[in-house]
Design a protein around this ligand. Structure first.
Ligand code: NAD
Length: 273
């Protein structure tokens, strides 16, 4: 019987061999890759949805209704989402994936809305659930992009609003660059919330990339969010090898157990040096 150490080495060797032979690689990432940048995942023990249930907080309509009666709750939810992303920078996992592109054609498909793959230098990045750094108008069109410094200013305003009387006005004014309501005027973060359609053209491009790749790295995703979770299934159906990178076991051809900030740099070094 092989020891766990040998089994781990064998898994890395297999993954490295597939990557060396590949013509097109897709990295399909989820919240787990940004966990080491200080952004909590949604389903882990400290996950956001435990404190803020999605039926109340993950739809723009219910969030607006809630703001009128419980502005503090809405401010606390927005702080929990915005603060870590405002303060984040790419970790070694994001940077390793960006470095893959020097060796093999690599496209990133991400469920994340934090912009960290772009900051690490990956291109193209298909953001199938949109981006918190983009603001959409009433018709879904891009009206503005925000920087992390803009997000940090919103966070500061929200914190201040919690110390004020007549909170609603202060909360609305703090979030105005990102989320605005008024007669004939609406703007909101260009992110896919429950019940929204997937972000286009990114979703169509992601589906095409998944169908065309030889190897898909499935990094830091629980695979519970549909239709995103369909992409590895589609890739495998077309013959791609699936390599999972996750501390928890994930169904794949090979599972590289561990945190992506450690596993991906190790895999990069093993594959191309
Ligand atoms: P998820 O929260 O359902 O699952 C996270 C997965 O990451 C789990 O499988 C967990 O075992 C794994 N993980 C935890 N730490 C890790 C690490 N250090 N390295 C590698 N893997 C690690 O996440 P999901 O599958 O992406 O689905 C959640 C949805 O919420 C997505 O649609 C995403 O848009 C959104 N979300 C985005 C962010 C972000 O932008 N950073 C953060 C939270 C949630």
């Amino acid at each position: 019987m092989s020891s766990p150490v040998n089994a781990r080495e064998a898994s890395f060797e297999t993954a490295a061999a597939w990557l060396r032979q590949a013509k097109r690689v897709v990295a399909f990432t989820g919240a787990g890759i940004s966990q080491e940048s200080g952004i909590p995942t949604f389903r882990d023990d400290a996950g956001l949805w435990r404190e803020f249930p999605p039926d109340r907080f993950a739809r723009v309509g219910s969030l607006v209704k809630l703001a009128a009666t419980e502005p503090d709750e809405v401010a606390r939810f927005l702080l929990a989402v915005l603060d870590p992303i405002a303060a984040a920078s790419p970790n070694p996992g994001h940077r390793a994936l960006a470095a893959f592109a020097s060796h093999v054609r690599t496209e990133v498909i991400t469920q994340n809305i934090d912009g960290l793959h772009q900051d690490a230098g990956s291109h193209p990045v298909h953001q199938i659930h949109g981006s918190l750094l983009e603001v959409a108008g009433a018709g879904g069109e891009l009206v503005r992009t925000l920087t992390r410094a803009d997000l940090a200013r919103i966070v500061k305003g929200l914190r201040k609003s919690l110390t004020r009387r007549f909170r609603l006005g202060h909360v609305l004014s703090a979030v105005h660059p990102l989320l605005g309501f008024g007669s004939g005027f609406v703007q909101r973060p260009r992110v896919v919330l429950f019940g929204d359609a997937m972000a286009e053209p990114d979703w169509s491009r992601a589906q095409a990339a998944a169908r065309a790749c030889d190897v898909m790295l499935v990094v830091g995703t629980s695979g519970e969010v549909w239709p995103a979770s369909q992409l590895p299934t589609d890739a495998a159906a077309r013959g791609a090898r699936l390599i999972a990178v996750n501390p928890d076991e994930v169904e794949a051809d090979v599972w590289l157990r561990g945190r992506s900030g450690e596993v991906l740099p190790e895999l990069l070094a093993l594959t191309w040096t």
